[in-house]
Design a protein around this ligand. Structure first.
Ligand SMILES: *[C@@H]1O[C@H](CO)[C@@H](O)[C@H](O)[C@H]1NC(C)=O
Ligand SMILES: *[C@@H]1O[C@H](CO)[C@@H](O)[C@H](O)[C@H]1NC(C)=O
Ligand SMILES: *[C@@H]1O[C@H](CO)[C@@H](O)[C@H](O)[C@H]1NC(C)=O
Ligand SMILES: *[C@@H]1O[C@H](CO)[C@@H](O)[C@H](O)[C@H]1NC(C)=O
Length: 182
């Protein structure tokens, strides 16, 4: 596990509530994504804003905590979609063995990520932010380990690059929200 963006957000107002304050929400999302993107070149600002806007719609608590939970719910849906795609790829005929093994590894990594995300949102919901951070970091590692498997053999092309990148960025966003509470 790598320490991720910790200590970045100490200056942020923790008790930031959104209760109907659309303008505040927009600038909060903007500010959060500006910080995340400037501290992690892997994170695309536009993607971050889009993601948090979607998560915001399912922010039943109307709080930063609710936004964190909604982001993790979004990630669960995304991971399920990735697993579905991997299964489809595995069903193709005549897969080269190395390629097939990479896909199988990715399948297992993302299956573990479903559990990790369940634990992450439970931990986050009960204010065990350090535990939540560990679980989300594990999912982030899954996305890079999956991608690395393909790149370890010359000539191998990962069919999952864009999905792994999306997952990596979603993890970065969830981690930075989590770190705001630590
Ligand atoms: C978000 O921030 C950028 C620069 O920090 C600014 O140019 C832009 O207008 C802001 N957008 C919104 C919707 O507040
Ligand atoms: C950032 O994400 C947006 C939408 O998700 C995409 O259109 C754009 O090409 C991305 N930019 C980079 C530099 O990847
Ligand atoms: C919205 O949030 C609720 C409660 O956190 C969750 O059970 C549900 O799966 C979420 N819906 C989506 C579409 O993420
Ligand atoms: C994951 O989320 C991204 C961005 O919200 C979306 O473009 C992509 O289709 C999703 N992938 C899957 C497999 O659900």
């Amino acid at each position: 596990m790598r320490p991720f963006l910790s200590c970045l957000f100490f200056s942020l107002t923790f008790a930031l509530y959104f209760h109907g304050a659309y303008g505040a929400a927009v600038s909060f999302i903007n500010e959060t994504c500006t910080r995340i993107a400037s501290n992690d070149p892997n994170v695309n600002f536009t993607f971050c804003v889009t993601t948090l806007q979607v998560a915001m719609k399912n922010n039943s608590l109307g709080s930063l905590e609710g936004l964190g939970l909604a982001t993790m719910n979004l990630m669960k849906t995304n991971v399920s979609g990735i697993i579905f795609q991997i299964k489809n790829l595995l069903n193709q005929q005549g897969l080269e063995p190395y390629h097939r093994n990479c896909l199988l590894d990715c399948h297992d990594l993302y299956l573990d990520s479903v559990d990790a995300l369940d634990v992450a949102s439970q931990s986050f919901g009960s204010k065990r932010y350090f535990d939540a951070n560990i679980q989300v970091s594990a999912v982030m590692d899954a996305s890079t380990t999956c991608e690395d498997g393909f790149s370890e053999k010359e000539g191998e092309v990962s069919p999952l690059t864009s999905m792994n990148n999306v997952m990596f960025q979603l993890c970065a966003i969830a981690l930075s929200i989590t770190n705001m509470f630590e």
